[in-house]
Write a new protein. Sequence first.
Length: 596
Amino acid sequence: MLSLKEVKNRKIKNWKPFIQLIRQTKPSRRLLILALVLSISTTLAGLLVPIFTKNLINHFSFSSIGRGEMLLLGAAIIIQAISSGVSIYLLNQAGQSVVAGIRDRLWKKLIILPVSFYDDHETGDTVSRMTNDTGVVRTLITDHLSNFLTGIISIVGSIVVMLLLDWKMTLVMFIAIPLSFACMMPLGRMMHRISKDTQNETASFTSTLNQVLSEIRLVKSSNAEPAEYQKGFNGITKLFEFGLKEARVQALISPLMSLIIMALLVVILGYGGMRVSEGAITAGDLVAFILYMFQIIMPLGQLTSFFTQFQKAIGATERIITILNKEPEEKQDGKVVGQIQQEIIFDDITFSYKNGKEVLKNISLTIQPGEVTAIVGPSGSGKTTLFSLLERFYNPVKGSIRLGRQSIHQFSLSSWRRQIGYVPQDSPLISGTIRDNICYGLEGDDVTSEKLIEAARMAYADDFIQALPKGLDTEVGERGIKLSGGQRQRLAIARALLRDPKILMLDEATSSLDSKSEVVVQKALKNLMNGRTTLVIAHRLSTVVDANMIFFFEKGRITGKGTHQELIKTHQLYREFAEQQLRIHEGAEYDRSHTK
């Protein structure tokens, strides 16, 4: 069992990160202090009302009440109303400011986290951290913080006045307080566990929704609606069950509190009636006492809600801080790339993903500047991983990648990636216009209309762009769904042309296109490859036979290298691979024309 000291230390450790997270957002202290002062003013003004009620009952007429008392009561009511409204607004402003600060820090961190983070975390879960968890923190500040502080003041102030009115009745009332806590604490712990489970299930459900809706065409083409509906229904059912559990606890809390209040009220009325009949207190004192009793009981419920929400906020904080503590990519550390027209050397590279087997094993190869180097091999042989290492999405487990004599890790990430143009197989597009997609990642001032039109022309995209109703300002839809595969690919090539990279990486850039689209895209790729160091993952014959050097990958190793003709003669698996996947028979005439 944990000692009392260990329990205390654990509780302190739990709330300290939350306080630090709030402080790091640098909320306006003046705003918070003013809001809390106004909340306290509201509570103090409320403490005056039972005193006025006491005098009114004792004298049983307005004429016996002095003008000063009337003015004081009116001022108290007005101050209470104004202070309450202003404090609620200011606390909401402070809460929104804190949440905006946390979300800004989270978003800034998520943008600069390495690709490996997203390999291990589902998008929907990460989105839930940004929206749901920060919302929990906001609710604590805007809805519960003032109730907590004013509740304590109301309880302490009421107890002091009640002791002055009649200390014996006050002691009788105190008997109910431990009883209330004894009943409410277990229910509060249950509510905390349910709330935490609900948050986790909400994150999981959000992840499922994000995955299904972002790939809705795959779902429909695969007739997977029933299966995906069942997954969603399971999530909805779990959230429903957690909601029912929370409702059951609430159903216990409310009647239990009512029972305790009624029992206490009966006891106080009975005992207080005896005290009035004995002449120890007046009837006004008894009514004031009962009003103060309610000013203790109601805040006790608010304190319970505060601690429940505080536990939620601590859980949310832990998940937020987990992301904030992740090591980011350092984009600016290192020097600027100078002479780029040098050999790119992979020297004894070994790489494996986290807790996985080696994907690349002792890879050594050299990419000559200004030439086309092709990477060929069966699926899963490590071709795309090689690209990821060159982009510095990951770091090698062993070995080094050099530009000439310098390790590429000596250069700043922003400077290095500025040298690279990447055209993948699926040509991802952002939701926006064609102009937005071609200019993506570039400063607006750096892109003139002439450069944009020239890039589109060289990518053979100008014809279809001009045929669209709004031209460059045509919306492409989510992930470019309003365009064909060939059109998306040409926009990706136009984007690369506009960046004017010195190193070009093509990852099966034409493998998913029909023959007509491939011809156009191949022309655009030739324009793009002209004068650049090009690294190609290819399944198509035309790209491979034109390469200056081909490396054949098998299970993470290089088993052959040379030109197309050399590998046809010396590498049996390459020859079989060419016949099956590169369609060598269909391209025989093309091959002969290129070797004459």
